[in-house]
Design a protein around this ligand. Structure first.
Ligand code: UD1
Length: 386
């Protein structure tokens, strides 16, 4: 029997948390194979703590790096130094990082300097535009060049890595672990956690669920997006816009002056991730600049207007479930207006086909690592979209 391996998961923001929880659960199901150590860098506080609570998990280590209005370099430095100490103490066999946050960049770099193997979950997403999304495009490339094992969610993300001369036998196509989380969540009874959401009447009004927080959209793009949204609500008297505003002061200072005070716009505090999925799944459509929601709404049959100039998830546009509107006033207004005025377009987009996953990505990752470390003889099958 091969020797039990210590796998350290490192994450620090809410989206990483929601997408790594299924991986942690899958690894912990194989307790004969893996000892899982959970590290929270604390890049986020309230937003990520919710995720741990919802799943009854506790981090083994919390570096608590978050500061008010933290700078990108500042968080990275604090994380590198905290992780370095921890890696020397714990000496894991493998560090698993996720996606494209500063935590992912710090986790992979600190592991590399300590000669510890890195597994990158959600590997190979690219826009090939250095500042879009900023700084995520560079963060995921940093994780990509330091990783020893690349868990690419789709065939397209594998191809991106191959173009960067990553060794084919270090890439494994898994599907999105975020889809695992979404499907598990949607299978549960739909009772909102937040009282403000329980008051919504989804039959009397068409609810448009909004999220917007991206750094490259701070300033003029967000000003355009929010003004277009307000005008859309004025144009469509049966629409109610619901926007849980991110805790970042840079976002709140832009959103409130434009959107607050309108009788059919609800600006609410951040909601739990399960509530976000429940809200999106019952909405007429979603308007967002998020990465993860592009993978989540196709499982729900809810059309989405994407308010970004680029996307690393073109599979959603090809599948016809997302319209890329850009961040200009006209782009956002026109895409929103089309979907709100054209029931045929809405119906076509709502016929969901999810190109991102089948709900088994996390178990594939656990099985692949089991095979890699000699606990099972067969390599698991890769994810293949329909
Ligand atoms: C980060 C990630 C982004 C991810 C997003 C999800 C980076 C560079 N960016 O962006 O990829 O999509 O998280 O949320 O890694 N704050 C709180 N409490 C919290 C969380 C944030 O008060 O629980 C505030 C803090 O004032 C902080 C600010 O939000 O300074 C920004 O947080 P930061 O992690 O720097 O970037 P995000 O915009 O959240």
């Amino acid at each position: 029997m091969a020797q039990r391996r210590k796998v350290m998961t490192v994450f620090g923001t809410r989206p990483e948390g929601t997408k790594m929880v299924p991986v942690i659960k899958a690894l912990r199901e194989k307790s004969d194979w893996f000892d899982v150590v959970i590290v929270n860098t604390g890049q986020h506080r309230e937003l990520l703590d919710q995720v741990f609570q919802a799943h009854g998990l506790e981090p083994d280590h919390d570096l608590a790096v978050m500061q008010h209005r933290q700078s990108l370099t500042g968080t990275l430095v604090r994380m590198l130094s905290g992780l370095d100490e921890l890696l020397i103490k714990e000496r894991p066999d493998l560090v698993l990082v996720h996606g494209d946050t500063n935590t992912a960049a710090a986790g992979s770099l600190a592991s590399f300097y300590n000669r510890i193997a890195v597994g990158h979950v959600e590997a190979g997403l690219r826009t090939f535009d250095k500042y879009n999304p900023y700084p995520e495009e560079m963060n995921r490339r940093i994780a990509g060049i330091t990783a020893d094992v690349h868990f690419a969610p789709t065939p397209l993300s594998r191809d991106n890595l191959l173009r960067e001369t990553v060794k084919p036998d270090s890439i494994f196509v898994t599907g999105q672990t975020g889809v695992d989380a979404t499907l598990a969540m949607l299978a549960q009874p739909h009772e909102f956690d937040a009282p403000v959401l329980r008051e919504l009447d989804f039959r009397a009004q068409r609810v448009v669920a909004v999220t917007a927080h991206r750094r490259e959209n701070w300033g003029e793009p967000m000003h355009n997006m929010f003004t277009a949204m307000r005008d859309l609500v004025d144009r469509h008297p049966d629409v109610l816009l619901v926007y849980p505003v991110h805790l970042s002061p840079s976002v709140r200072e832009l959103a409130f002056p434009i959107l607050d005070g309108h009788p059919r716009i609800k600006l609410i505090d951040p909601i739990t991730h399960p509530d976000m999925l429940r809200l999106a799944s019952r909405s007429y459509m979603v308007m967002s600049d998020s990465g993860g929601l592009q993978e989540e709404t196709p499982s729900m049959g809810v059309p989405q207007v994407l308010m970004r100039e680029t996307t690393e998830r073109p599979e959603a546009i090809a599948a016809g479930v997302v319209i890329k509107a850009g961040t200009s006033y006209d782009g956002v207004y026109e895409a929103g207006h089309r979907l709100l005025s054209d029931p045929d377009l809405h119906r076509r987009m709502a016929q969901a086909r999810n190109p991102f996953g089948d709900g088994r990505a996390s178990s594939r990752i656990a099985d692949y690592l089991g095979w890699m470390y000699g606990f099972r003889s067969e390599k698991p099958d890769e994810f293949q979209p329909e």
